[in-house]
Design a protein around this ligand. Sequence first.
Ligand code: SPV
Ligand code: MG
Length: 433
Amino acid sequence: MKKVYTCFCTDVIHEGHLNIIREAQKYGEVIVGVLSDEAMVRFNRFPTVSFEQRMQMVKEIDGVSKVIVQDDVMYDRVIEQLRPDYVIHGDNWMEGAMRAIRDNVVSLLRHMGGGRQIIDVPYTYNEKVKEADDRIKAKLAMPEYRRKRIRQLLKMRHIVKAIEVHSGITGLIAEKTVVEHNGELDQFDAMWISSLCDSTAKGKPDIELVDMTSRYRTIDDVTEVTTKPIIFDGDTGGLSEHFVYTVRTLEKMGVSAVIIEDKVGLKKNSLFGTEVAQTQDTIENFCSKIAAGKRAQLTDDFMIIARIESLILEQGMDDALSRARAYVEAGADGIMIHSRKKSPEEILKFCDLFRQEDKTTPIVVVPSSFNSVTEAELSEHGVNIVIYANQLTRSAFPAMQQTAEDILRYHRAKEVDSRLLPIKDIITLIDEL
Ligand code: SPV
Ligand code: MG
C-alpha cells in the first residue's frame, strides 16, 4: 500500500482537513504529522490547545491510519524517515511564505525519486471554515490567553523576538509579517509598546509626558486588531503608589509584561546617555517599587521586568550586576540591561557574568545601538528576549518625509507614486469582519 503524508498545524479540525483526508485515502494509507508547538509558532499562530489535544483530535479522524509528530516546519526529517509516496496539502501553500515549505517538499520528493509526488488539494474557503478561524483568533486575543503568552514563549523559543508597535497598523505588521529566508520561516513573537515611539507618534518628547491614559489607548488600538502578546514600556513606573494601579490595569488589558527603568526625576530617553541630566534611582527605592508591583499583581501570568540603567549612566559593570541581583531578590520576573555603545561587548559581558550566578531569570536586551549583534549570539550569551524597539517608526518617518518633500517639489503626486502602496492595496489592506 502506498503511503500518503500530510501535516496538520491547526487547533480545530474543520471541513478543509476532512477533505484532505478523504482525498488522501484515494492514494493509499494516510499518515498525519502534527506540527510541534515550537515549530508552529515560527510561522503560524500560537496554539490555543495543548499539543496532546492536537494529537488526539487528529487520531480521532476516520481514515487516518497513523499520527506522528513533525517537529520542524520543513519536511526534511519526516520525509527521510517516512519515505512517503505522496505528500498532500491544501493549495494555500502555493502562495506567500508557505511557498517555501512546498518548494522544500518538491525538492525532497524529487531527490528521493521513485515517482513520489505532491498533491495540492483546493483549499476549502467557506463560511464555516472562516468562522472556525475567526474564533481561534478571537480566543488568542482575549486578555486571559494573551497575558500568559510571554511566559509560554520563553519556554518554547531560544529567543523571544518583539518589535515596536504604536498603532493598529504597526500592530498588524507585527502580527502578520512572516518571512522565509535561507529555507527557514520566521515571525515576531511579541510587540513592544515603546515610550519613545508612542510619544513620537504623538509628536511629543519621550519624557513621561504622554500620560498613562493615552498609553492605555495605544494598547487598546493594538489589542483590538492583533493576537500577539505585549511587552509594555512603563518608563520609570512613576511613584510606587501609582505603579500598583498601572500593574492592575495592564494585567486587566491582557498585557504580558511591563518593563520599568531605575531612574527618577525627569526621565529622558536612555539613548541620550550622560549627554543630559538623568538620575538613577537608589537600589532600595527601586526594589520597593518592584515589590509593591508584585504585591499588587493578581495573576501568575504577568511579569514585572526591571531595567538597569547603570551602563547607560556609566556607573560600571559591578553596579549593574549588584542592581540585577537586588532587583531579582525584590521579585523582578526578569531584567533588562541597556547600553548605547555601538559594540555589544559590555552587554554580552554583563550577560555572561549575570548568567554565572543566575541561570534562569530572563534577560531582555534592546539592540538599537549595538545592532550588529545577532539573535544567535545574544541567545548564546543567555539573552531570552530581544526587542527591536524603534525600527518601524524610524523606517516610516524618512519615507513619509521624502513623499511630502517630493509632492511640494513637483506640485503633483505622480513622481512619488511608484514608491507607494497601490491604491487597490490600501483599500483592501484591512480585512472587514
Ligand atoms: C523605548 O523604546 O522607549 C525604550 C528603549 O525605552 S530606548 O529608547 O532605547 O531607551
Ligand atoms: Mg522608553
